[in-house]
Design a protein around this ligand. Structure first.
Ligand code: NZQ
Ligand code: ZN
Length: 382
């Protein structure tokens, strides 16, 4: 266990917290107010943010799409440069916040912004960012990751830099009241898989990381079981906080991490438009089955501590089945059926994209080669 942990994002959590934006951004700053397709206008978040920014110089940029594209974001980069923006306020879900991170970094880079995603440019500086979270799922509001798509080539790639970690995040669970059921479920599943990616590896005896990961999984399992009673303050607050804690860097500190489900899932989103969380539910059970020998001990531990399963020789197998049942109980599919009518061609297309993106050895043991990914996809595609 050896790590440096630093999470500098200041969190304003609770009902009515959006007004905190007013104090959180220095007065006199020129602020880019970045948002998505307009859900914030329908639920009153837009009006609350504008009220909080009454004493700031504000310029708006809307239309950041789910799975944000570099094509759209580069227009925001131009605006930031032209208008000498000092601060970027992202108001939305993971897509808008990830988009803000890209814009903040690309605005201070003279080259082609896409270099940030290909790794040709390492981000060391960016404009400061704040986030008003409207969809709990990704943890982007207090982490240093960002995932951006190039629509022209269907590339969905990630970058990480402490320079783009938000300075603050406002988490008011009331904003979730307007979320469609589908997005609430996506949030639950994404946070679940984030926890698994940092927990379902090999035993290291890291009691705090394991124990806290199990707390988060138990919390998400309870929220899933109580899904019918989701229209209450406590349910919303618990999902918002759990999803944040699942990917703020803490449970992954000093322990092996997997992330292969995410890397394969990103290709499904880029090629077939599957929602991010749903791409994970399609890949993960099959990946776990494929990798069961190296993950057996942690799967068994999850079976005991999360699903409360009895000891048995096939505890790991039972745990995977329980994960799959959890997804099914939420109406989330664990196989992809929308890929056209040629399964072999679809698998080759996905594997080819993995190769293009240098995702040729994945997982905590670097044991998931392209052939392994192909075998996983054989099961994951219906
Ligand atoms: O665009 P608007 O109109 O705001 O509508 C959005 C969008 O259509 C809507 N929505 C958001 N808040 C709402 C709302 N509708 C009603 N009421 C509200 N309060 O929900 C839709 C989906 O939003 P999006 O931001 O795309 O969802 P999510 O938060 O799941 O983000 C997904 C993106 O994050 C990336 C994914 O790859 C994907 O691109 N990820 C980012 C990570 C990170 N930065 O750490 C990690 C994740 O694993 C993930 O890869
Ligand atoms: Zn995710």
């Amino acid at each position: 266990m050896q790590f440096t942990y630093h999470n500098p994002t200041k969190i304003f959590f609770g009902q009515g917290q959006i007004h905190s934006v007013s104090q959180a951004i220095q007065k006199g700053m020129k602020v880019l107010f970045l948002y998505g397709g307009g859900s914030i206008k329908a639920n009153g978040v837009y009006q609350q943010v504008l009220a909080a920014l009454a004493e700031h110089d504000v310029i708006e940029f809307s239309g950041v799409e789910p799975n944000p594209t570099v094509e759209t974001l580069d227009r925001a980069v131009e605006l930031v440069k032209d208008q000498n923006i000092d601060f970027i306020l992202a108001v939305g879900g993971g897509s808008v916040i990830d988009g803000a991170k890209y814009v903040a970094a690309a605005a201070l880079y003279a080259g082609n912004g896409w270099d940030i995603l290909t790794g040709q440019h390492q981000v060391t500086q960016a404009l400061p960012i704040g986030a008003v979270l409207t969809l709990p799922a990704t943890g982007s509001e207090s982490n240093m990751g960002s995932v951006i798509t190039k629509a022209a080539t269907q590339d969905k790639l990630a970058f990480l830099s402490p320079a783009v970690q938000p300075a603050f995040a406002v988490m008011d669970p009331d904003v979730m009241k307007s979320l469609p059921e589908r997005q609430l479920i996506n949030g639950l599943v994404d946070a679940w898989v984030h926890t698994c990616e940092q927990y379902l590896t090999k035993p290291t005896g890291a009691l705090v990381q394991d124990g806290y990961a199990e707390v988060l999984l138990n919390s998400l399992k309870t929220l899933g079981e109580q899904f019918a009673e989701r229209d209450n303050d406590s349910w919303r607050a618990n999902l918002m906080w759990t999803a944040n804690q699942a990917l703020n860097g803490l449970i992954g500190s000093g322990v092996p991490q997997d992330w292969a489900t995410h890397m394969i899932g990103h290709e499904l989103t880029a090629l077939y438009g599957v929602d991010h969380a749903r791409s994970l539910a399609i890949v993960q059970p099959w990946l776990l089955r494929n990798q069961i020998e190296c993950k057996r001990a942690k799967l068994a531990q999850m079976g005991r501590h999360v699903f409360k399963l009895e000891e048995s020789e096939d505890l790991a197998e039972q745990t995977i089945a329980a994960i799959e049942s959890f997804y099914h109980s939420l109406g989330v599919a664990t196989q992809l059926d929308k890929y056209g009518d040629d399964k072999a061609a679809a698998i080759s297309a996905i594997v080819n994209q993995l190769k293009q993106h240098n995702m040729v050895v994945l997982g905590e043991n670097q044991g998931i080669t392209l052939d392994t990914s192909r075998a996983i996809l054989e099961q994951a595609l219906k």
